[in-house]
Write a new protein. Structure first.
Length: 362
């Protein structure tokens, strides 16, 4: 197999959490455990991310990945940073390799198979939202009542973070599991910019509330990882008993940043073409598929004709048996009618003789 086209997105600036994909000329070997290595080195930081800190998406002719933001990465430290990506064999002594579905290796003599360089977009985190999945255990719920518990879940998240949930937390998609666990899609929204009096120093709580959504998520994560202690006693108890869980962190850029860092029309067209390539059959596969389809159609037609012939044969037998039965029934009815007519005639003759005898006697 060989690399096909350029990695997507084609633009240089990649949004945090956006899927980065590489394309190949053949369907790739995507079975677990993966035979290839992958390394994302974020230049100017201590972050070198491997498979355990990435979400891998491998299917057909496409191999993609996303950053696992729950793996200890501070988003603010990687914004605007360039990064390099290596996939396949990394280093001369590595035995890892990219292979196609027939286990043919890619570039068997190369030191590395796939290599490219991009940059994380320098997002404005003060206007971004942070989404995650929140679970609350050891509670009482039903599928019918869980939607009405939305405010309670929001309040719980706000208490763990240490903010007013009504201002910064949104909840959707509540699900009740086993009548004891509530799971929901949660979102920490940007600071609303509430007006404060001029020349009045901000309190610690006000300073904390102005933090961006990622910082508040990290504050929540630190609380659940016992790095900070909740002020409320019941929260301390719940945290100690591991009754809360957060996962699948996602940074959602503002509409302004999405517009700022969007792909050009030409890039979007090329990206759609690359995506279509992943689902396109190659000529050999197409011909083989057509041959198989034609053979199956012929076999199905022969089977159908055989079934129809057998059906006609069975129907003719049934109709013949029905005709014979009807004929036998008619013959039987004729015989009965002849017997009845004979009996009736004999009865009439006997009655006539009896009338003659009675007339002589009388």
């Amino acid at each position: 197999p060989e690399q096909y086209g350029k990695p997507t997105p084609l633009r240089n600036d990649v949004l945090i959490g956006e899927e980065i994909s590489v394309y190949f000329t053949e369907d790739m070997w995507c079975r677990l455990p993966y035979t290839f290595e992958i390394e994302v080195d974020i230049i100017g930081t201590n972050y070198t991310l491997t498979k355990d800190k990435l979400h891998i998406i491998c299917a057909g002719r496409k191999l993609g990945f996303q950053l696992d933001l729950s793996a200890g990465i501070l988003v603010s430290e990687i914004l605007g940073k360039e990064f390099t990506v290596q996939i396949g064999r990394i280093g001369g002594g590595s035995e890892a390799m990219l292979m196609d579905n027939n286990k043919n290796p890619m570039n068997p003599d190369a030191e590395k198979d796939v290599y490219f360089r991009k940059r994380f977009a320098n997002l404005d985190l003060s206007s971004a939202s942070t989404g995650f999945i929140f679970s609350m255990k050891n509670t009482s719920c039903t599928n019918a009542s869980v939607q009405a518990q939305s405010d309670n879940v929001r309040s719980e998240i706000g208490s763990i973070i240490g903010i007013d949930a009504n201002d910064r937390v949104k909840i959707s998609g509540l699900v009740c599991q086993n009548n004891s666990t509530i799971t929901a899609n949660a979102e920490i929204t940007p600071y609303s910019g509430r007006r404060l009096r001029k020349n009045i120093p901000l309190t610690e709580d006000q300073i904390f509330e102005k933090k961006d959504s990622t910082e508040l998520f990290y504050a929540m994560r630190d609380t659940l990882n016992f790095k900070t202690t909740p002020t409320r006693r019941y929260l301390r108890t719940n945290v100690m008993n591991n009754l809360y869980d957060i996962k699948a962190m996602k940074v959602r850029p503002s509409s302004g940043d999405i517009e700022k860092f969007k792909s050009t029309e030409e890039e979007e067209t090329e990206e759609k073409s690359l995506l279509a390539w992943t689902t396109k059959k190659n000529d050999t596969a197409q011909q083989l598929g057509d041959q198989i389809e034609s053979t199956v159609q012929k076999e199905n037609k022969l089977i159908l004709n055989k079934i129809l012939k057998e059906k006609d044969s069975i129907l003719n037998i049934v109709l013949k048996e029905k005709d014979e039965a009807l004929k036998a029934k008619n013959e039987e009815e004729d015989n009965i009618r002849i017997v009845l007519e004979k009996v009736l005639k004999e009865k009439n003759e006997v009655e006539a003789k009896m009338m003659q005898i009675l007339a002589k006697l009388g």
